[in-house]
Design a protein around this ligand. Structure first.
Ligand code: QV4
Ligand code: CA
Length: 483
């Protein structure tokens, strides 16, 4: 599986033939029927309150979903689905036909006839906290059997609940999806997830090699110090490594006396899980707006200069399976350290329908969509990651401060300047001699380069200059961008 997770909206996506080995992948929001939340008005997080497993959401109905997956698969773009099966909607949601496709539910009676689930399918009798919610994360029983944010907690240890979940996931697999993000996996016992996974179909043979299994990553936030640990989930697939974005953000912001030179040992020795288990990212849909974990150290599109450096470093470094973010703008309003608008959903019309993504001639997005995946620096670093895939780090250099450089065994080389002074160095790159196009300040177009050119001498040495006020604080060259 290629290492760059490149989300892209299918319509209008151009797959550059020069990089045919690049297989874009997209993780989508939960596609099943959810509660329509009116207060606050249509928050993004209503998608995490399931009412049924019908494919029906603000993003479309089942035939639209099937059409998207088919068209994407036909051009080699694979779809990964965010699946929410720890819980249903919140216990205080009342009753009525307020599923987004009008399905009925009764929260108090735990009744979800469109699945169907009834009160016997939930963990309330097991949870012993006074509120019925998770109150103490040092108690694994609470974490697994009590309500996360008041969300009705399903009994994945029961066969009839498992079979409903298995049918839901298999339906998605049969439609052609390539894998799953398991939401709130920390709140489900790993052995229950395991039983569910063993019952999943092989991927649809119309697009995938016969016998292919779904790609799995589990959302477990483990910053240390809690009862539930990420390692419990390793045998089921990849696991989110939330220390990654938090620590990288801290380093690039130069907090806690951190500096980029310290990244020489980046990886497991930073108390992170083994690379072949880690699913990593700079920010996600939660922590880019103060939900989940990571706090204020998390870098996002709101801080583009540092964000591009963080994403660039992540994609250049071999640790983990990487994902890049694609966001929408919202009217951030920080009061006393919290964003009062952290709930605001995607760009939408007054009837709640989501606005389409506008794509400009220069390939960036409009209409409120940020599309970080289309920013030149980020897109080009996804290509870099694929070009250098499998190669170890070589030729590490740093100035013992915030100027660092490293290569990937003759396939690529990157140089970062996060200091408040200019960088001017001659470094051994390990690259074959030639003139290379820096894919951060520009890109290779035919035989020409729209950005900085780097001359690698016969002995592999090259001269790099990055002024501290330069628009682009880093340089990246690789063998596919040789002129
Ligand atoms: C409130 C109170 C509760 C009360 C409840 C009922 O806080 O104490 O019991 O009302 O009256 C929203 C609101 C939240 C509200 C809840 C239920 O923000 O205030 O509870 O709805 O009405 C997303 C959002 C949540 C949102 C939830 C459901 O982040 O704010 O809750 O969707 O709509 C932990 C977990 C981790 C989780 C992370 C955020 O270990 O698994 O928190 N991350 C995933 C998703 C995340 C999602 C969920 C899990 C839940 O990435 O997006 O939460 O599916 O670290
Ligand atoms: Ca649970």
């Amino acid at each position: 599986m290629a290492q760059g997770l490149l989300p892209c909206p299918c319509p209008g996506t151009r797959i550059r033939p020069a990089y045919s080995y690049l297989r874009p992948k997209i993780k989508i929001s939960p596609p099943n029927e959810n509660l329509v939340v009116m207060n606050p008005w249509r928050p993004w997080w209503e998608r995490y309150q399931p009412v049924s497993y019908k494919l029906c959401s603000r993003s479309g109905n089942e035939s639209e979903f099937r059409d998207m997956v088919t068209r994407c698969n036909n051009v080699g773009v694979h779809i990964y689905v965010d699946v929410v099966f720890n819980h249903m909607l919140n216990s205080a949601a009342g009753s009525g036909n307020r599923g987004i496709c009008n399905s009925y539910f009764n929260a108090e009676r735990h009744d979800f006839p469109s699945v169907p689930y009834s009160r016997f399918d939930f963990n309330d009798p097991i949870c012993k906290t006074p509120s019925g919610d998770i109150e103490n994360y040092s108690d694994p029983i609470q974490v697994r059997y009590c309500r996360l944010y008041g969300l009705l907690d399903l009994s994945q240890w029961k066969d009839d609940v498992r079979s409903k979940i298995i049918d839901f996931l298999n339906h998605l697999i049969d439609l052609g999806v390539a894998g799953f993000r398991i939401d709130a996996a920390k709140h489900i016992r790993p052995e229950d997830i395991n039983v569910i996974l063993t019952k999943l179909n092989n991927l649809n043979a119309r697009w995938f090699t016969k016998g292919s299994r779904p790609f799995i990553y589990q959302e477990v936030i483990d910053l240390g110090g809690e009862a539930v640990q990420s390692s419990e989930y390793f045998r089921n697939g990849r696991v989110t490594e939330f220390k990654y974005g938090m620590q990288l953000g801290t380093v690039l912001r130069k907090w806690n006396e951190q500096k980029m030179a310290n990244l020489k040992s980046w990886g497991e020795s930073w108390h992170m899980m083994p690379s072949n288990k880690a699913f990593v990212f700079v920010d996600n849909h939660d922590n880019q707006r103060g939900h989940g974990s990571g706090g204020s150290s998390i870098l996002t599109f709101w801080n583009p200069r540092l964000y591009k450096m963080a994403v660039g470093f992540m994609l250049a470094h071999p640790y983990g399976f990487t994902r890049i973010m694609s966001s929408y703008w919202w009217p951030k309003d920080i009061q006393n350290g919290t964003d009062l608008n952290d709930w605001v959903g995607p760009p939408s019309n007054s009837d709640g329908s989501i606005k389409p993504v506008t794509i400009y001639a220069n390939e960036t997005c409009g209409n409120g969509w940020i599309c970080e995946h289309r920013w030149d620096e980020i897109r080009n670093m996804v290509i870099f990651r694929n070009v250098v895939y499998g190669e170890p780090i070589t030729n590490w250099w740093d100035n013992n401060n915030n100027q660092v450089a490293f290569g990937r065994a003759g396939k690529g080389f990157v140089v970062f300047n996060n200091d408040d002074r200019n960088l001017l160095v001659i470094l051994p790159t390990g690259l074959p001699a030639g003139v290379y196009c820096d894919v951060i300040s520009g890109r290779k177009e035919g035989k020409t380069c729209t950005g900085i050119q780097i001359h690698v001498a016969a002995n592999g040495m090259a001269r790099f200059q990055i002024n501290y006020q330069a628009k682009h604080p880093f340089i990246a060259i690789h063998v596919e961008a040789r002129l």
